[in-house]
Design a protein around this ligand. Structure first.
Ligand code: ATP
Length: 343
């Protein structure tokens, strides 16, 4: 009698790149969806570095208890140069073969998706596709919201709210002393955080890498104009990508403002506080839906090499390569609105 029993599906999940609040909620959704559908799940610790090192832990329904409300990532995260090289990828493939991993869910930014795409294209020395490669699925997790194929990335809403909360506090003291505060927020190449948080805190000027700016016109002259209307305290919001192009960074900008406007000025670099903390309701819900989608709508149907995306509040999926070619731009109209009303 032949044995017709099919092998139980096995998947692995990892977080990669910068951590983002809500990654835990996504891990939980992946693990729970898999387990209730009879799929075995492994958590890979420290992203692709853990895949290379074979650092996998079995996950079940209770391994992911009490994490939905926590920031960071239970699986830790890392950036792995080794994975970008052939030897690293082959070591990662060996781990997948050893553990018989059929599907791999990668929660991270576009760099992590690029890694998943390259991994899925790994070839034998004779040019044939490698055997044993898992089906890869990307879930967008990054506070920057800078992934072209999706309106939304897990962690963005929490980070926005953290920035707003922190700047509200700064504003109290800025107001009490009639000061100006120059705030640097994360976003090396993308101004989504700076623009949206800047509007929410009523920043007089918002400087983002996407739009041209002129310090004299957009900061100094603008502050003078508002001074003439009686305004005495100011918030200037600067994205990291702009701050690094200003000689001396936000500290130097604060000194220049003080020298030219006579308003005592301080610089605040918010830094890693923007990454941490309990995820907002939106991040928990989106992460839960995307994690469930990755397993139920894709891996369980034998579909791989896709990125889970969200547009107009609807979740869908795209081919990884196609998704990586997409770009999205910062909303100029929103920028103009903020310019008009924060005066
Ligand atoms: P964040 O937006 O938070 O920076 P990210 O996923 O874009 O997240 P990266 O540091 O760009 O972060 O990428 C994470 C990891 O993905 C890298 O350390 C590397 O291991 C892998 N990776 C990135 N690009 C490639 C590539 N072209 N080929 C193979 N692996 C890659």
């Amino acid at each position: 009698m032949c044995d017709t029993k099919e092998k139980t599906m096995r998947i692995a999940v990892l977080t990669s790149g910068g951590d983002a609040p809500g990654m835990n909620a996504a891990i939980r959704a992946v693990v729970r969806t898999a387990r209730v559908n009879g799929i075995e799940v492994f958590g890979v610790r420290r992203g692709y570095a853990g895949l290379i090192a074979g650092d996998l832990i079995p996950m079940d329904l209770r391994t992911v208890s009490d994490i939905i409300h926590r920031g960071g990532t239970k699986l830790y995260t890392a950036r792995s140069k080794e994975f970008e090289e052939d030897n690293g990828m082959r070591a990662a493939l060996k781990t997948c073969i050893d553990y018989q991993i059929d599907g791999l869910v990668v929660i991270g930014g576009d760099g992590s998706f690029r890694g998943a795409l390259d991994f899925s294209r790994l070839k034998e020395k004779n040019g044939e596709p490698c055997k044993g490669l898992p089906l890869c699925i990307g879930i967008p997790g990054t506070i920057d919201n800078d992934i072209g194929c999706t309106d939304y990335t897990i962690g963005y809403d929490t980070s926005l709210n953290t920035i707003m909360d922190m700047v509200d506090r700064v504003r109290d003291t800025t107001e009490s002393h009639d000061r100006c505060c120059v705030i640097e927020v994360m976003g090396r190449h993308a101004g989504f955080l700076a623009l949206n948080a800047g509007i929410a805190v009523g920043a007089t000027t918002i400087l983002v890498p996407e739009f041209k700016y002129d310090i004299q016109h957009d900061v100094i002259d603008r502050m003078r104009r508002t001074q003439n209307t009686g305004k005495e305290h100011f918030i200037i919001m600067v994205a990291e990508g702009v701050a690094k192009d200003i000689e001396g960074g936000v500290e130097a900008l604060a000194r220049k403002i003080e020298a030219e406007t006579n308003v005592e000025s301080r610089a605040v670099v918010l830094g890693h506080v923007q990454r941490g903390g309990a995820p907002t309701c939106k991040d928990r819900v989106v992460a839960s839906i995307m994690g469930n989608y990755a397993v139920k709508k894709l891996l369980m149907k034998g579909i791989g090499n896709r990125v889970v995306c969200m547009k107009n509040e609807k979740v869908f999926d795209l081919d990884i390569e196609e998704a990586l070619k997409m770009t999205k731009s910062l909303d100029r109209e929103l920028y103009d609105i903020s310019y008009e009303i924060s005066i």
